[in-house]
Each structure stands twice: as C-alpha cells, then as structure tokens.
Design a protein around this ligand. Structure first.
Ligand code: TGC
Ligand code: FAD
Length: 388
C-alpha cells in the first residue's frame, strides 16, 4: 500500500501545537502499521479485532480527554485529531473509542459517584474493561425521550426491565451504561454485564460497520443495588450531554475517513490509464477531486474552530450538531464519489473506499440522523420546535 499522504490544503498543520501534531502522528503511524493490516479481514468476516484494545489503552486514547486521576489528559483538538486518525483506519475503530470514552467513561466521570469512578475508570482507560451505552430502543431511536425501559425501586435497590438495540460494543462489554425511566424520570445505571438477567446478543447481518460489534441489550428483572444509579444525572439532558461528546468526536472522525478516500482516489487517478491518458488528466476526474478537497478543507477548518471553542469552554451543542451533520454528509458524498472514481475496483476490498462508504451510512444515522440535526439547528434559527 502506498504511503498515506494526508490532504492539508490550507496548512492546518501550522495552526496546531507541536504536542497536537505529535499525538496525531503517533496515532496515524499506529493506524498505518498496526490497524490497517487487520481491518479488511475483520470487515469481511464481521468482527472487531479485539487484540488492539490494550494497545489503544497504551496509546492513551480511551477517555484520554477526561481530567481524572493521573490520566495524561489530551486537549480537545488533540482528542479530535486522534478521532480523525482512527477513523482514517475504519469508522468501527473510532466507534469503539468514542463509545468507550465519550459514552461510558464520560457519564461515569461526569455523573458518577467516587466509588463508580474508582471502580470503572482506570479499567476502561487501560482497556482492561470494555463498556457500552444503551439509549436507543427498538421503538425509540431519534426520540429517546419515549424510552420504555424501566427501573423500579425494590427495597434499597432497583429492578430494570426493557430492551435496547443497536448498541456498539454490547456483546464484548463488561459494563453497560443503561438509561431507564424511574418514576417517570430518565436516569442512568452502571450495569456490570454479568448481572443475572442481563444479556447482549450480537446483531449480525450488517452491510455497514462490519468491523464493529453491535448488539441488543436485554434486561429481564435485572436487580441492582442503589449504588448502581448515576447520582448526578436526571432527565434526558443526562444522555444528551454524553452525545455532545461523542458527536464532537464523530465530526472529526469522518473527516479522517474522507481524507483516506481522497488519498486513495488521487493515487488511483495518477496510475490508471484509459483512452491513453491518466484518469487524473480528465477534467471530470479533476473536478471530482477538487470538490472532495474543498469539502475536506472546510471540514478541517470547522473542526479546528470547534475544538478551540471546546477548549475555551464555550462550545454549544448546536455548534456540535452543525459540525456532525456537515462532516457526515460530505464524508459520505466524498466516499460515494470515490467509489465511482475507482470503477470496478471500487467494489473490491483491495481498496478501502467502499468500506468507508458503507460505514459512513451508519455514522450519518447514529448519534442523531442528518434530519434530526437539521431540526435541532432549525429550532435554534427559528425558535420553533419541530419535535413538540
Ligand atoms: P428536548 O426538549 O430538546 O430536550 C430535553 C432536555 O435535554 C436538554 N438537551 C440537551 N442537553 C444536553 N445536550 C444536548 N445536546 C441537549 N439537547 C437537549 C434540553 O435542554 C432539555 O433539558 P430540560 O432540563 O429542560 O429537561 O427533548 P426532545 O425529546 O424534544 O429531544 C429531541 C432531540 C432530537 C434533540 C433528541 O432527543 C435527540 O438528540 N435525538 C437523537 C437521538 C440520538 O442521537 N441518539 C444517539 C444514541 S447513541 C449512539 O447513537 C451511539 S453510536 C456510537 C458509535 O458507535 O460511535
Ligand atoms: P428513526 O428514529 O426511526 O428514524 C428513521 C428515519 O426517520 C430517519 O431518516 C430519521 O431522520 C427520520 N426521522 C425521525 N424522526 C424525524 C422527525 N421528527 N422529522 C423528520 N424525520 C425524522 N444507539 C445507542 O444508544 N448506543 C449505541 O452504541 C448505538 N450504536 C449504533 C451503532 C450502529 C451501527 C447504528 C446503525 C446505530 C447505533 N445506535 C446506537 C442507534 C442510533 O443512535 C439510532 O439508529 C439513531 O438515533 C436513529 O434512530 P432509528 O434507527 O430508530 O431511526
């Protein structure tokens, strides 16, 4: 495979600190050397290559953005660059890290008790334990506020009943953060997955994110002590705050996938000859490359600004919605165009573009679909709530 040449048309590199570049380059090299040789087989056979989990811990990317204990903390831009590089490998890899850090460690860190933090954060940070986040249900995806999973008080503890669906990492997790209604109010629960009554059957048959584990969570009379509830989360804003963190990572991540596609088709056009000319010499081929690079460049700049706002503590959820929506839309458009530009080779798994394209269909859907983010931003612009 030719060496990866990351597109950086506006020299965004020059706007990064030396430390940010070092973190990015370390993950970039790890993805090239360690992960890319594994991913096509994993994708074809439909599994997550678990052997990388401990290495991700050693790289410091699992919850690396959290200010906890002696974790060496990554700034928001460095964290975003890590997501970009991981998703250059595969959206399933970035998903694993997003869920672990933004959707499992973050709620425990932000809403958990000291005991919950001490029990789970170090193990999740190192990769010794894997976690999942159960919000979506079979009948409640875009509308999580309608969830039907219940937590009923039982003596000093709770009994959980219900079902979650499309849960990343579910089957391979040791801990699940499960959202349920208790006396009509949404609360989060830290559920060890060996608790009797809890099971997480894997959902097979995906055309997308095949190198990622996706599962149902089934909760049948799952008895938990009072200490399992996240004490500081109450209402839908609890899980939605976690989504802000994960959506931030996605906005960066999908640009990595788009950058990988651009690199592949730029290289291909310079090699492949038709009508006695390189494909790259045809105006239509060039126009497609230009569209790709323009959207990648805009998204890189948007992400950098997003990250600096996050570091300043002024980033709003609406800004995250705009970045997630825009980046996913254009990354998918770029991958679809790239697939076409590779001709028949574009459907072969000797090229990575179609894998990215198929993955991005999921990424556009999860963490709030394109439509849902449109309506979130529309509500902000107009003051009128399309969900009410
Ligand atoms: P709404 O009335 O808008 O809000 C209810 C309460 O929540 C507050 N809130 C937020 N808080 C923090 N961050 C946000 N982004 C927030 N958005 C809203 C809001 O202020 C209110 O608070 P309070 O105190 O007044 O109660 O509620 P709604 O029911 O109308 O919500 C609509 C909507 C569309 C915003 C929301 O439900 C939504 O975002 N839906 C999309 C669902 C989604 O994104 N699910 C993702 C599941 S996890 C996942 O996909 C993981 S994939 C990971 C991987 O593999 O990488
Ligand atoms: P629906 O909500 O049924 O939407 C279907 C269509 O209707 C979409 O096009 C949507 O935009 C549109 N629509 C819905 N409401 C409106 C409206 N008001 N106005 C206009 N259009 C609307 N969830 C988790 O909790 N944890 C996870 O780890 C997780 N991982 C996932 C991994 C994968 C691979 C996938 C595919 C999903 C994952 N999800 C996870 C679930 C994901 O968050 C949901 O699929 C997503 O929120 C959309 O919900 P839905 O699939 O029920 O679609």
């Amino acid at each position: 495979m030719a060496k990866y040449q990351a597109p950086d048309f506006f020299d965004v590199d020059a706007l990064l600190s030396e430390e940010e570049r070092m973190v990015r380059d370390a993950v970039r090299d790890w993805v090239s050397e360690r992960y890319l040789p594994l991913v096509e087989k994993a994708y074809r056979d439909g599994y997550f290559p678990k052997e990388v989990i401990g290495e991700l811990g050693e790289l410091g990317v699992l919850g690396g953005n959290l200010d906890y204990g002696d974790f060496p903390r990554l700034g928001a831009v460095a964290y975003g660059l890590v997501m970009q590089e991981l998703e250059r490998g595969d959206s399933g890899l970035r998903s694993f890290v997003s869920v672990q850090g933004a959707l499992v460690m973050y709620p425990i860190w932000r809403f958990g008790s000291d005991e919950q933090k001490d029990e789970w954060l170090p193990k999740l940070y190192s990769g010794e334990a894997v976690g999942c986040f159960g919000l979506t249900e079979p009948d409640h995806g875009s509308d999580p506020g309608g969830m039907e999973t219940t937590a009923v008080r039982d003596g000093d503890g709770f009994v959980l009943n219900g079902a979650k669906m499309w849960i990343t990492n579910g089957t391979m997790s040791q801990v699940a953060v499960v959202w349920a209604k208790c006396e009509g109010e949404i609360h989060g629960f830290v559920v060890p997955t060996d608790t009797p009554g809890f099971s997480a059957p894997e959902q097979r048959g995906k055309h997308s994110l095949r190198a990622s584990v996706t599962s149902e969570l089934v909760l049948q009379d799952v008895k938990l002590p009072a200490s399992a509830m996240l004490p500081k989360a109450k209402g839908l804003s609890g899980p939605l705050s976690c989504l802000n963190q994960a959506r931030y990572g996605i906005a960066w991540g999908v640009v990595g996938a788009a950058m990988a596609v651009f690199d592949e088709v730029r290289g291909y056009g310079g090699q492949r000859t038709q009508f006695d000319k390189k494909l790259s010499q045809f105006q239509l081929y060039q126009a497609k490359l230009v569209e790709m690079l323009a959207e990648i460049t805009k998204a890189q700049l948007m992400n950098l600004r997003l990250g600096r706002l996050k570091e300043a503590g002024t980033l709003t959820p609406i800004q995250v919605s705009m970045a997630k929506r825009n980046a996913c839309h254009f990354a998918l458009e770029i991958a679809r165009a790239g697939r076409d530009m590779l001709g028949a080779n574009g459907v072969s798994d000797e090229y990575q573009t179609m894998r990215h394209m198929c993955n991005l269909e999921s990424v556009k859907t999860y963490e709030g679909t394109h439509d849902i983010h449109t309506l979130i931003i529309g509500r902000e612009i107009t003051g009128l709530d399309a969900f009410a």
